[in-house]
Design a protein around this ligand. Structure first.
Ligand SMILES: Cc1ncc(COP(=O)(O)O)c(C=O)c1O
Length: 382
């Protein structure tokens, strides 16, 4: 129970974030990007916090990535260079996008600074709708064409289709063709040279064909936390968009891209019952930790109880976390009223379940160093 000293009346379950660890995680990623001449455009879906986003920008991030328009609205307080890496389909969504763009334009009239927004798309339908929005508001919208480089989620599959879509976009009034995006979620740390080669070639084929049509591709944006610090293995990239790296989680530890010490955001929970010798119950269930399973070992439980590494969070109900020891376990056990630290499997989903988090700074003289901050873009799903 010594990760961060908490006052006796600290509420549980709650999410606590260590500012020093955050600073180290952010600085290392920015340094990596600077060394390899990559722009960093962190995905803010992990922290959903304006304070954290401002820190990323202050350390050198070029702009911010979001998934949804509601997130863009919130994150516009931290940066006026936003990339919505998600197909913005839907009338309401596009109207809000148009309004945000208008706000940026009005502001640039009065302040002289200009804001910009780009959207990642993989279909002509999406491009047409965004072009219409741009014409309605009379302002340009950036387009990044999403390529499927092997994760098989969104993204144009064939390079011929990708070239066609990019060429169409580059001719539309209202649209600004900014480049290509991809999400290499299928590439794990220390993946083979072949896997990285395929990742490179999938993009290079499109860039080459666009080049022969006289279409420039200014931005080539990739990245995820597991691949982020190996991005130089795909030298065609000039931007990356990791998100999870700010806090890390038990998935990243298992993947070998973070140590336990790099896990900056943890849930503190209270033992509310010890019904049997080998079981204890926490006040953190699926409404706190999320039901996300572990990405490497799905049966290993719903997060890591740091104080009892041999225990397994075996079952969650909404407000109960059941933790079990094996029959043969002979080590220490908690008692009712004890507090424990849990590193969630997937921190992004956990953050989105909290109204607020407690930021710990040793040099903060107030409230034992703990400052409660809102999760500003929590629940911004549209
Ligand atoms: C489009 C896109 N870009 C970037 C990221 C960030 O990746 P990570 O969560 O591994 O940091 C994600 C994550 O889901 C994503 O979907």
């Amino acid at each position: 129970m010594d990760w961060i000293p908490l006052p006796e009346d600290h509420p549980t379950p709650s999410l606590v974030v260590d500012a020093l660890t955050v600073e180290r995680n952010l600085t290392r990623m920015q340094q990596y990007c600077d060394e390899h001449r990559l722009s960093l455009r962190p995905h803010t879906k992990t922290h959903k916090s304006i304070r954290m986003a401002k820190r990323q920008i202050a350390l050198g991030a070029k702009g911010l990535t979001v998934a949804k328009v509601g997130e863009a609205e919130r994150m516009s307080e931290a940066s006026r260079d936003l990339f919505l890496a998600y197909p913005a389909i839907g009338t309401g969504r596009l109207q809000r996008l148009g309004s945000l763009l208008r706000d940026f334009a009005e502001e640039s009239h009065s302040s002289g600074t200009s804001g910009r927004i780009a959207v990642g798309i993989d279909s002509l339908e999406a491009a047409e709708r965004i072009a219409q929005t741009a014409r309605n508001v009379g302002l340009p919208i950036g387009i990044m064409v999403d390529l499927d480089v092997g994760f098989h989620r969104t993204g144009v599959e064939s390079s011929a289709q990708a070239v066609e879509l990019c060429a169409w976009v580059s001719k539309q009034s209202g649209l600004e063709f900014r480049g290509l995006m991809c999400f290499p979620g299928h590439i794990l740390p220390a993946a083979s040279t072949e896997a990285w080669g395929q990742y490179h070639d999938a993009i290079a084929g499109v860039v080459d064909r666009l080049g022969s049509l006289g279409i420039d591709v200014p931005v080539i944006s990739g990245g995820s936390t597991p691949t982020a610090k190996e991005s130089h293995r795909n030298p065609i990239l000039n931007e990356i968009r990791p998100g999870t790296y700010i806090y890390n989680d038990w998935n990243e530890v298992a993947l070998g891209v973070a140590s336990i010490d790099d896990c900056a955001a943890r849930v503190v929970a209270t033992v509310v019952s010890v019904p049997t010798k080998n079981k204890f119950i926490l006040d953190a269930g699926s409404k706190t930790l999320s039901s996300d399973r572990h990405c490497v070992e799905p049966e290993s439980g719903f997060g890591k109880v740091v104080d009892y590494p041999d225990a397994k969070v075996s079952r969650l109900s909404e407000e109960h976390g059941e933790v079990i020891f094996q029959e043969t376990y002979a080590g220490p056990r908690p008692k009712v009223g004890d507090r424990v630290w849990i590193i969630p499997n997937h921190i992004c989903v956990c953050v989105n379940l909290q109204n607020s988090f407690f930021l710990y700074r040793q040099d903060n003289p107030e409230h034992g160093g703990l400052e409660e901050l809102a999760v500003d873009a929590r629940g911004m799903l549209v």
